[in-house]
Ligand binder design. Structure first.
Ligand code: PDD
Length: 286
């Protein structure tokens, strides 16, 4: 349960926390965000999340509301005030509130900062990972700057709805050339028959996942074979294993794509080993 929410310099009770009706995040999705995992009361991969937030702000020329170390303090304090040991912390920074106009408001408009933290049932993701998740494939109907983590998430919301309708947890989005870009809220991976880990290389077409980056560090350290390149749903169907990465699910096995089992239809050994080791690798700040 979220008890306390940070909004623009103050900590409010959940029920009392609010932002302006003309916030540009609300009217134009003119806003960026981060979701970090909380493990044992610490924030996982905080520096990478803050660096990506800074990059998103810069890409949209939204003024940074405060220094990264001040933002880190807000994140930690929100986690602390909500007494979350395992869960997530969410930070959103919008361009601020101004009378509705497509034109960017004058310099000096104060960005809106919201931070909330929430406990997640301990072990829930581990339980899901025991059997793995199903994904479906859908056309990627998003814009050309998916590398910026904006709150413009309607395509992801609709993709998740369709996934749910078809008994799946995630949708893999397929570009016009027939290659998987990423999941609606995760990065997509396969392990080929030769044991090569494959995930799409970074470009404006996909989010540079923090979990993806940390996992790549681990893969390199373990000298596993890695190819950063695009793959098609057909290649994924013939893969030995598949999985997705995201802050809240770390490494989550994919066992079915569009109803077809991957490998033997159970979470693969490479995937599960990476999942088990993820928290040994990812830095946690308290
Ligand atoms: N989603 N791709 C997309 C489109 C995402 O929305 C996310 C994360 C990822 C994985 O990124 P990371 O490893 O940094 O979490 C990839 C978050 C969790 C969300 O919107 O809730």
């Amino acid at each position: 349960m979220t008890r306390i929410v940070y909004v623009n310099g103050r900590y409010h009770r959940y029920a009392d926390a609010s932002v302006h009706v003309e916030d540009r995040g609300f009217q134009f999705a003119d806003s960026v965000y981060e979701v970090c995992e909380i493990a044992g009361g610490g924030i996982v991969d905080l520096d990478r999340h803050l660096a990506r937030l800074a990059r998103s702000l810069e890409a949209l020329e939204i003024a940074s509301p405060m220094s990264l170390s001040a933002l880190a303090h807000v994140l930690h304090e929100t986690v602390r005030r909500n007494r979350v040991r395992d869960g997530l912390v969410y930070l959103q920074v919008s361009r601020g509130a101004a009378p509705r106009d497509f034109a960017i408001p004058p310099a000096g408009t104060r960005p809106t900062v919201v931070c909330l933290a929430r406990a997640l049932p301990l072990g829930q993701a581990d339980q899901v990972a025991q059997t793995g998740i199903a994904v479906i494939t859908l056309p990627d109907i998003r814009w050309d700057r998916c590398d910026i983590k904006t709150v413009m998430l309607l395509p992801a919301v609709l993709a998740k709805r369709e996934a749910g309708r078809r008994g799946a947890k995630e949708a893999w989005l397929v570009d016009r050339d027939g290659f998987v870009t990423e999941g609606a809220s995760s990065n997509a991976w396969i392990v080929t028959d030769e044991g090569v880990l494959v995930t799409r290389s970074l470009s404006p077409a996909l989010l540079p996942g923090v979990t993806r980056a940390t996992l790549i560090d681990a893969i390199r350290r373990e000298r596993l074979r890695l190819e950063e390149r695009a793959f098609t749903p057909a290649e994924a169907l013939s893969a030995r294993e598949a999985f997705v990465t995201s802050a809240t699910n770390t490494v989550m096995p994919v066992v079915r794509i569009d109803g077809t089992p991957i490998g033997d239809g159970r979470p693969g050994p490479v995937t599960m080993r990476l999942r088990r080791h993820f928290h040994d690798i990812a830095p946690v700040t308290n």
